[in-house]
Design a protein around this ligand. Sequence first.
Ligand code: RRO
Length: 312
Amino acid sequence: MSQALHAEIAGIKFDDIFLNASGVHCQTTAELDELLATKGTGAIITKSATSAYRAGNPSPRLSKIPLGSINSMGLPNEGLDYYLDYVTTKQADKPMLLSVAGVSYTENLDILHKVQDSSFMGITELNLSCPNVPGKPQTAYDFETTERLLTEVFAFFTKPLGVKMPPYFDIVHFDDMAKILNKFPLAHVNTINSIGNGLWINEDTDTVVIKPKGGFGGIGGALAKPTALANVRAFRQRLNPTIKMIGTGGVVNGRDVYEHILCGADLVSVGTQLQFEGPSMFARLEQELLAIMAEKGYTSVDDFRGQLKIIE
Ligand code: RRO
């Protein structure tokens, strides 16, 4: 815990700014327990839950690639009840976020009704950006459906709710999606999910490296950093200040974390690097970030959040 690294979302206080990216080290209660006990995590988030257990796509479904990872996990998870039970019964000294991801429009509504009717009072994050379910496009690339869904959701959902967004690559898309998101009392926007449907080829065998979808999968890790920073920056410039931001994508070291905060992130989540380095990574990132802050004379993340300079 560090007083320099703090954040607040929906009135919930975070004593550190790091958490896992949903999907990494968070499918089982054992993994979640481990993250809760890890020095450096200020919160944890569950694997995105569907209504029922899903085995996910066939393996190999995740591969390390130079400068990152490619995955097509296919939403393997233990089902909503498993994660709801965990976040409502676990005694924790850190906030626990519940990630949910229906594979259809109505499943999203059904899941959120169940969360609304539960005793869970923490932050729910609606994943609008799973790139890997065969035949199911990412909701957040369909702007009309996203607006319709959020309108229906906020008609009944009164608990803190954030959204996980895919990367956008066009300024008009930043403008249009921010206008939609600003219509709702969102607790936070988390950006980015993996860069959908990349392809990596093994040089020795001329073969793809993951089995599902003919080798297509979401790209994460260092390769994703410029896109992640652009999305954090673009949304921070456009979203209502009441909507907090979780920056995700391309974090390997403390400098990457620092840059996410410069672009406007309140919390920073880490996926690919956590997958390959393990939870001890968080203490390292914290040390590296604090060293950068000390060198620059900053005593709190508030001193530089959103303070990216541009060339006039
Ligand atoms: O499970 C996955 O394949 C997956 C999901 Br739900 C997601 O949101 N992002 C990702 O890279 N993989």
